[in-house]
Design a protein around this ligand. Sequence first.
Ligand code: C2E
Ligand code: MG
Ligand code: MG
Ligand code: MG
Length: 281
Amino acid sequence: TAKKVQHTPYCLFSKDMRQQLSYLHEIEESLHRAVREKEFQVHYQPQYSLHSLKLVGAEALVRWPRSDRMVSPCEFIPLAEKFGLISAIGEFVFETAARQLQAWSHCKIELPRVAINTSSTQLLAGNFGDVVERILQENQLTANRIDIEVTESVMMKNIERNGNNENANCLSTLQEKGLEISIDDFGTGYSSLSYIKHLNVDRIKIDKSFIDDIEFNKEARSIVRAIIKMGHSLGMKVLAEGIETPNQLDILKALECDEGQGYLFSKPLDAAKFEMKCLSA
Ligand code: C2E
Ligand code: MG
Ligand code: MG
Ligand code: MG
């Protein structure tokens, strides 16, 4: 039987919508509390030179442990963005990673750099340059120990929205300070490559989705080859994300990809486990 349209003038929200709203409200409250109480943790995924297999860096990845489970950043980063909490979280991750990098240098762990994921909100907040300066100073780190990761969609969104490229300006200010800039998830954002020539970034991170297909898909392999060539001819380093098999590693080495990270080497680890891994290597 066909459903009858229900006329319920007093009920603006369906039960589902109400449930969803109260769920969102709950998450918002807990995210606010998590920021206040510094409930977040930072895990580190090692990055290696594919040429020497030496450790060249680590990507800092935020974690939110809750009583029942570890919440994935894919879930809460978009919400943090929506609730205006992303800059606070980003700053916490940056501070924690910088302090850790400094602490590790005292216990014989030579980690050349740490990579920090940034959102457009964080980058465009007028004070990001100052935040960076303060964090470097407080931890006595030189700027070249920090790699700022920005997704190409973040870059493009801002180029489009502003007509001029505020992000690039902000990024070039950071570069002038000596920080490295990497494009994250490269290849998933936009088909237009015209923005790249304006940016003069240090590193391209090829998205995992291409690496997933590199063994059995000729087209994926061609794309990866082309990205590596383009990156090199623009003077950039190229890092492959999400390397999971020895075969993928061999192909990437043959294509002269500079650096890589992925489960083949290591999952993201908490600071203690990262330390053990480095000291036992
Ligand atoms: P991303 O920056 O592209 O980070 C790489 C993601 O791929 C991480 O997921 C990492 O754990 C995962 N990964 C690395 N190697 C492999 C592999 O070999 N196989 C598989 N299946 N996965 C692999 P994670 O930690 O869940 O982070 C997801 C995304 O959340 C990140 O993607 C990044 O966009 C965002 N994110 C994480 N931390 C932060 C942060 O502090 N600030 C901001 N703004 N975003 C963050
Ligand atoms: Mg990243
Ligand atoms: Mg990535
Ligand atoms: Mg990715």
